[in-house]
Design a protein around this ligand. Structure first.
Ligand code: PMP
Length: 432
């Protein structure tokens, strides 16, 4: 039996099934940059970056050094009772790099999920209102609050209800397909109308605390919004005392070429949350928001014993330093444009590619059975991923038919070229 098979057999015996979305029988042994080596020595190019949790790549030098140094000094003391410098430095840094021309404060957690729960708490406490609006097909996480805001999977929700009350879902303003089987997207106002009519019929707007958005809807299929939608939505929110909150757990910290993905949309968010890549892969999340909102929760309204761990905070500071010093925001923009051009060249060769979309290195490639109807071809997308995997590319499909292209921002142009050579081969096989 290969080493990988042995490890997987043991894992299947002891690891609870609910914690895995089965994909490849890949046992990762070690990794650097955008390269992964499995337990049997086979190499892969990582186009998934651990679900966008490794924007600065695998084992980045500055992050590894910062972790080692901090581990020798002090592994942890809970910030609930005492102070330490790494968390003060990180809070200051996050307030500085996050967009928004106002005084900010920061709260910390351990995962994207708890940061989403935090949005619900901070927004309810500050506004004195109960209801939260999020989007259909959103993925916000696995805790009860974040799960209640998610609307993407039956399996996530079955058998565990009741979920949190006061959560409503509106359609994401998909720029490729329209609503519920419509092939053409609606206008920004057309999408917004669905929300507005909810507020006119059964959801009083003066009882809504916050609207929570993923700018590019990640797990929902790397969907891009129609132009002007978020601006119009934020205007509507602010005219009605509703907070505008951004879940930047997947799209933040350079994934789209900016610190926060909301910077592409000419909107000021009241709250932004980060997770995943924040500490280079260690568990850390942050809520950055207007100071008055962040101080609106009673003590001890948002405390986790191991949050803001100094090792994770140092890893986060080194991650941000790496993005700054290695110009990774620009790299995301440039390599994103390079990859988009390469995919667009493939569109001209293969008519099963329905759409190539995204910003920076957050790209979705929608595989369709025909371009007219835009019908999703999930089977073809799965075949592409499986064949690419056999040839050394690590990529998955989301929302059934959408190839998720989110490599570490440090991927080299050589690795990108290798990727597109392999994808061209895989697409040719599928076409024949
Ligand atoms: N928000 C978004 C947009 C995400 O993509 C995810 C993870 N896929 C989460 C929140 C949840 O993060 P975590 O798994 O770290 O709890």
């Amino acid at each position: 039996m290969s080493k990988s098979k042995e490890i997987i057999a043991k894992d299947k015996q002891y690891y609870a099934t609910s914690g895995r979305i089965p994909y490849y029988p890949l046992v990762i042994d070690h990794a650097k940059g955008a390269q992964i080596i499995d337990a049997d020595g086979k190499k892969y190019i990582d186009l998934l970056a651990s679900a966008s949790a490794l924007n600065v790549g695998h084992a980045p030098d500055r992050v590894v050094a910062a972790i080692k140094e901090q581990t020798d000094k002090m592994i942890h003391y809970t910030p609930a009772y005492m102070y330490h410098q790494p968390v003060a430095d990180l809070a200051e840094k996050l307030a500085e790099i996050s967009p928004g021309n106002f005084t900010k404060k920061v709260a910390f957690g351990l995962s994207g999920s708890d940061a989403n729960d935090a949005i619900i708490k901070f927004a309810r406490a500050y506004t004195g209102r109960q209801n939260i609006v999020s989007f259909e097909q959103a993925y916000h996480g696995s805790t009860f609050g974040s799960l209640s805001m998610s609307a993407i999977s039956l399996g996530m929700r079955q058998k565990i209800g009741p979920l949190l009350p006061g959560i409503y879902h509106i359609p994401y303003p998909d720029a490729y397909r329209g609503l519920y089987g419509e092939t053409e997207p609606r206008s920004a106002e057309g999408y917004l109308q669905v929300f507005k009519s909810m507020t006119e019929n059964y959801l009083p707007k003066e009882e809504i605390a916050a609207v929570v958005v993923e700018t590019i809807q990640g797990d929902g299929g790397l969907l891009e919004p129609v132009p002007g939608y978020f601006r119009a939505l934020a205007d509507f929110c602010h005219a009605n005392g509703i907070l505008f909150a951004v879940d930047d757990v997947q799209q933040g910290l350079g994934r789209t070429g900016t610190w926060s993905s909301i910077e592409h949309f000419d909107v000021e968010a009241d709250l932004i949350i980060y997770g995943k890549s924040l500490a280079g892969g260690l568990p850390l999340s942050a809520v950055v928001g207007r100071a008055e909102i962040m101080d609106g929760l009673q003590i001890p309204g948002h405390v986790f014993t191991t949050a803001a761990n100094p090792v994770c905070c140092q890893a986060a500071l080194a991650t941000i330093q790496t993005i700054e010093e290695d110009n990774l925001l620009q790299a995301s923009t440039d390599k994103g444009a390079y990859a988009k051009k390469a995919f667009t060249d493939l569109v001209n060769k293969y008519d099963f590619i329905g759409d190539v979309r995204g910003i920076g290195l957050s790209i979705g490639v929608d595989i369709v059975s025909d371009r007219q109807s835009k019908s999703k071809d999930s089977q073809a997308a799965l075949k592409i991923c499986n064949r690419a995997y056999e040839k050394g590319l690590l990529m998955i499909a989301v929302a059934g038919s959408v190839l998720r292209f989110q490599p570490p921002l440090v991927i080299s142009y050589e690795e990108l070229d290798q990727t597109f050579t392999i994808l061209d081969e895989v697409f040719t096989e599928l076409a024949n």
